[in-house]
Design a protein around this ligand. Structure first.
Ligand SMILES: Nc1ncnc2c1ncn2[C@@H]1O[C@H](COP(=O)(O)OP(=O)(O)OP(=O)(O)O)[C@@H](O)[C@H]1O
Ligand SMILES: [Mg+2]
Length: 276
């Protein structure tokens, strides 16, 4: 069964600092993400996005501050304990594939957690992987391997999903499948933290956006407000995603940022520009 509404856990970083061999990657980050929220983390290369999310699974330990997932202090948990609560898809997904077939890879986590096969088949189906389920993961192109890693995490049905650049390299069909899968988890009450450079994707899934730069939070706003505001995005080095740009250019009601909201608003608009 999927996560019941309310199954997600809050995620919290409190005054977190982290450095790699003297390179300060996070310089005091505090964020409180309520359970069930979908948060997108944006920011330029090297801003600290991956570092911030890796702290959630105990792969890195903060040099100061505290990271928690629900009522768990991450520092007090082993990575295998955290895996039951937090599903993480790496920026480079090849780091997490090691079985001989796609299906075995996706089933590995659920088996370890003592779950049935239901989540495995559901995740394979949702991400369009059933046809290639008996293939070796490394016979698939890199973007498809990322989908395999994502399926493996979805199949564990964690209350918190953390995805680092999940749409990089994906074609439109793959991207749409990821969007649909994340929306379903959000409806189920799962907390989602997604790192992405893909603003059109972020517009489709995120409720809230945080922008990191040089290890500090430089913006934190509802997705609809930030992505629809070209003037606020410009100093952050970002541009509105296409649906938001169309909505703004045409002055569509509700200032839509998602494709279907834009299309719905367009359906209700009478174009008066031609003078006909
Ligand atoms: N293993 C490492 N050793 C040393 N420095 C590192 C390491 N990983 C990251 N850094 C440095 O830490 C800072 C933050 O890196 P991080 O990978 O968190 O950024 P990011 O926002 O995820 O970037 P990208 O968009 O390129 O994935 C950067 O200055 C980076 O060079
Ligand atoms: Mg990164």
């Amino acid at each position: 069964m999927s996560a019941a509404p309310g199954r997600g856990h809050a995620v919290r970083w409190e005054a977190v600092r982290f450095a790699y061999d003297g390179v300060e990657a996070l310089r005091g980050v505090s964020l409180d993400v309520p359970a069930g929220t979908t948060l997108a983390i944006l920011g330029p290369n090297g801003a600290g996005k991956t570092t911030l999310t890796r702290l959630l699974i105990g792969l890195l330990r903060p040099r100061a501050g505290r990271v928690s997932v629900g009522d768990w202090d991450v520092a007090a948990k082993r990575p295998d304990e955290l895996a039951a609560r937090v599903g993480y898809v790496f920026q480079h997904a090849d780091q997490q594939l090691f079985e001989r077939t796609v299906r075995r890879d996706v089933a590995f986590g659920p088996q370890r957690l003592g779950l049935g096969d239901g989540g495995v088949e559901r995740a394979l189906g949702e991400l369009g992987l059933l046809g290639g389920a008996e293939s070796h993961p490394y016979d698939l192109p890199a973007p498809a391997r990322k989908l395999v890693a994502l399926a493996g995490v979805l199949a564990m049905e964690p209350g918190v999903l953390v995805l680092d650049e999940p749409t990089a390299g994906l074609d439109r069909a793959g991207r749409d499948r990821v969007i649909a899968a994340l929306r379903r988890r959000s409806v189920d009450g799962v907390t989602v933290v997604v790192v992405s450079h893909d603003l059109a994707f972020v517009a489709e899934v995120a409720e809230r956006i945080v922008v990191l730069r040089e290890g500090v939070v430089v913006a934190d706003a509802p997705a609809g407000r930030l992505l629809g505001d070209a003037a606020a995005l410009a100093p952050l080095g970002l541009e509105p995603p296409p649906a938001a740009a169309v909505g703004a250019a045409l002055g569509l009601p509700g200032a839509p940022i998602r494709v279907e909201d834009c299309a719905a608003a367009l359906g209700g608009v009478r174009w008066r520009g031609t003078g006909a």
